[in-house]
Structures are given as structure tokens and as C-alpha cells.
Design a protein around this ligand. Structure first.
Ligand code: ZN
Ligand code: ZN
Length: 253
């Protein structure tokens, strides 16, 4: 395993994130957003891809929020919209059902055509080179994590004592473990399970205490760790997202 892959993993596990893999993903995503908003947006090779794929709804939103390279984005969207129109508009037109008449009976064919046109639109709108690259890089990261756990005792300690791993990334780690030998997988998954339990159980208590704080009899009792329990639960269930910002709790109650 090359060192260059291990450094970011080590950094993430040395930081204070709730889930180190979410940290790795956020960094990789920020790099991708920089890349697509940088000079590459004008390069013919990149344009050939983005003209065709565009970006998924989530990454369109993130590209927009950066407020950078509006001209590049505009040029990309202009070609992408034309590509979408040329691909999709004929399908929409072809899906218009012909009216049933005395000569042409009713047919349920039109339902299939309508659903096919809808499927195609949904498929095209979801296509995203940033998602593709992130999926590849996260798959690789979890393999690096397994490798380091088994070969680097210092990292193994860091893994065991990580704050937590969110559920989507726990699933990725379990999949990566399925490629290990049975004995290696036994060590790795036992550590993952202990780490998971250490966060999961208190989180449930914190959310419960958050709800109990709404009872006036608990008004003067301390919040403990429960003030951001809603956001932490969401991050744990769904992986970190900017909409799960802790500040929203403080403004709330
Ligand atoms: Zn995560
Ligand atoms: Zn995406």
C-alpha cells in the first residue's frame, strides 16, 4: 500500500470528526468541486463529459453555492441543456398517447412509453461525474482503512477510539471487510462493532433527553450532550451533510 493513500486516512482519524470517513468524503468532495469550477471546466476533455452528464441535484446545489466561475458554469449548462433537450424532447413527444377511437382500440402500450420516458429523464438527471469519482475514492479509502487496521498497530488504536462511524460508512466498511480473509475480518468487524456500540447507545439516550427537556419540570436540568442530538442523529443515520448544521439546534430551542 502506497503512503500517499495512507496519509489522508491517518489525518482523518487524527481529527475530531464524528465520522472520519465523512471527513475524508467532505475533503474529496471539496477537491472535486474546486476541480470542476476551475480551469478544467473549459478544457475540451472535461467538457465532453460534463456536457453529457451534467451534475446530480445535490452537486448542482453545491456548485451553485460556491459562487465561483459563473461563466464556466453557464457555458457548461448551455451545452448540457441542449444535449438534454435533443435526447429527451423526442421521447416526451413520442410518449404522447394516441387517442382511442372506434377503429383504434384502447391499448396499455402508452403506459409503458410514459414510464420509459420518465425513467430516462430520472436517469439522466441523476448522472454525475462528482458522485462517480467520490464513490470510487470512498471505496478505495475503506480498503486503505482495512489495510492499515491490519498492518499498522498505531492506526488500529485510532480506529478503535474513533468517535464513531456513521451508518452509511459502517455499511461501506462491512462490504470492504467481506473482501478480507475470515480471520482478518473477525478482528476488524469486532473492533467496528465495539466502536459502533460506544456511540449508538449514548446517542439514543441523548435524543431521549432532548425530548425530555421539553417537559417544564426539566427546564433547569442541564442539557448534557443532548443539545445537538438531533443533528448528530441525522449525521449518524445519513452521513454528514451541510443541512445537519448544529447551529440550527441552538436557534431552535
Ligand atoms: Zn460517515
Ligand atoms: Zn453528484
Amino acid at each position: 500500500m502506497e503512503k500517499i493513500y495512507m496519509i489522508p486516512v491517518n489525518d482523518a482519524y487524527s481529527s475530531e470528526c464524528d465520522c472520519p470517513i465523512c471527513c475524508l468524503r467532505d475533503k474529496a468532495e471539496a477537491n472535486e468541486l474546486d476541480y470542476y469550477l476551475g480551469p478544467s471546466l473549459m478544457e475540451p476533455d472535461t467538457r465532453k463529459i460534463t456536457n453529457k452528464t451534467g451534475f446530480c441535484p445535490e452537486h448542482l446545489g453545491k456548485l451553485n453555492k460556491r459562487e465561483a466561475n459563473r461563466l464556466g458554469l453557464g457555458l457548461m449548462l448551455h451545452t448540457h441543456l441542449k444535449d438534454l433537450r435533443d435526447d429527451i424532447a423526442p421521447d416526451i413527444e413520442a410518449s404522447i398517447p394516441s387517442k382511442a377511437s372506434l377503429f383504434k382500440g384502447r391499448s396499455s402500450d402508452y403506459k409503458t412509453k410514459l414510464n420509459q420516458a420518465a425513467d430516462k429523464i430520472e436517469r439522466r438527471v441523476a448522472t454525475c461525474p462528482i458522485c462517480d469519482k467520490l464513490n470510487d475514492s470512498m471505496m478505495h479509502s475503506v480498503e486503505v482503512i482495512c489495510y492499515m487496521f491490519l498492518h499498522d498497530s498505531e492506526f488500529k488504536e485510532k480506529f478503535i477510539h474513533a468517535k464513531s462511524h456513521c451508518l452509511p460508512h459502517t455499511a461501506m466498511l462491512l462490504r470492504a471487510a467481506s473482501k478480507l480473509s475470515q480471520n482478518d475480518a473477525a478482528d476488524f468487524v469486532a473492533a467496528l462493532y465495539e466502536n459502533n456500540k460506544k456511540y449508538f447507545d449514548p446517542l439514543i439516550d441523548d435524543v431521549e433527553w432532548f425530548t425530555l427537556k421539553f417537559d417544564y419540570r426539566n427546564n433547569d436540568k442541564p442539557w448534557g450532550n443532548s443539545k445537538n442530538a438531533i443533528q448528530r442523529s441525522m449525521r449518524f443515520i445519513a452521513s454528514d451533510r451541510s443541512d445537519f448544521d448544529d447551529k440550527q439546534t441552538r436557534n431552535g430551542k
